[in-house]
Design a protein around this ligand. Structure first.
Ligand code: NAD
Length: 251
């Protein structure tokens, strides 16, 4: 059922939230746009002007590694001061109240954690862009240190072990993180309410979770300002601005 009106949408979502014993959220880039972090596919997207480097290219070519870091820092500057928005705050409240158990996110911006959601409740399917890791030994590196050296030398960072250091995100062509995928699947199958928020639901395997939840008996809600390929399977589709629909839960 598609509900375009904000008041009716809020009321219907409220009743589903009141009835749930175990809700799970699934978030995409749309939850962070009101915070100033652009989404991937909307017109004028700076991500499409600075497209992420494919993982195989990153591994193959030192020039590609340098270019990956150059684009990373261009994008970081666009949203360096982003703070959690109404959607993040609403989900943080639902987690704190015990109605929601976990947030599965495609986002890499760390804004769920910044809104106060405990780290173990956030399942990051595409990693985290607020730090970096060595691809060989997994040592963590902070971006400020990498950037200082990169701006001095122009060379892509390498680890003391000789491995390549990369933003801790999952690039196109890189394997999905096993533990996060397993936890996301467990949460998807355990919940009775699955709320997909701000995702175009076209990036797989992540977009498989809403459908799996529905098939396993959960109620499926989709909150997005444009249609998604899964709308026909949803029990409730809230078509409009995420913050407007979720704001009452942030109070
Ligand atoms: P997407 O860009 O494909 O889809 C975002 C959806 O959110 C779009 O359908 C758009 O219409 C909708 N939307 C945007 N702002 C909205 C708002 N205020 N209210 C309602 N709807 C809104 O994003 P995706 O599905 O998350 O996939 C893109 C991939 O790119 C992700 O896998 C992610 O890893 C990465 N990414 C992450 C971030 C981030 O961390 N914030 C930002 C851009 C891209």
């Amino acid at each position: 059922m598609i509900v375009p009106g904000v008041d009716e949408g809020r009321t219907k979502l409220q009743s589903l939230v009141e009835a749930t014993q175990y809700a799970v959220a699934f978030t995409g880039a749309g939850i962070s746009t009101e915070c100033g972090v652009p989404d991937f596919r909307s017109p004028g997207s700076p991500w499409l002007k600075n497209p992420p480097i494919e993982f195989s290219d990153f591994l193959r070519d030192p020039l590609m590694r340098e270019e990956a870091w150059r684009r990373k820092f261009v994008m970081d500057d666009l949203y360096a001061h982003a703070k959690p928005g109404r959607g993040h705050r609403a989900l943080a409240q639902l987690i704190a109240s015990g109605r929601m158990n976990a947030i599965i996110t495609q986002n890499i911006d760390g804004l769920h954690q910044a809104s106060g959601v405990p780290e173990p409740r956030v399942i990051e399917l595409h990693g985290n862009g607020t730090y970096a890791r060595c691809l060989s030994c997994e040592r963590r590196y902070e971006l400020a240190d990498i950037r200082r050296d990169f701006e001095m030398t122009g060379a892509a960072p390498e680890c003391a072990c000789g491995g390549y250091v990369k933003s801790a995100t999952i690039s196109f062509g890189q394997s999905m993180p096993e533990m996060a995928m397993r936890r996301a699947e467990e949460e998807t199958l355990a919940c009775d309410l699955f709320v997909a928020i701000g995702s175009s639901l076209v990036v797989y395997p992540a977009a498989g979770f809403p459908l799996a939840a529905k098939r396993h008996g959960a109620a499926l809600v989709i909150v997005n300002r444009e249609a998604t390929p899964l709308d026909d399977f949803a029990d409730l589709v809230l078509r409009g601005d995420i913050g407007d629909f979720l704001e009452p839960f942030a109070a």
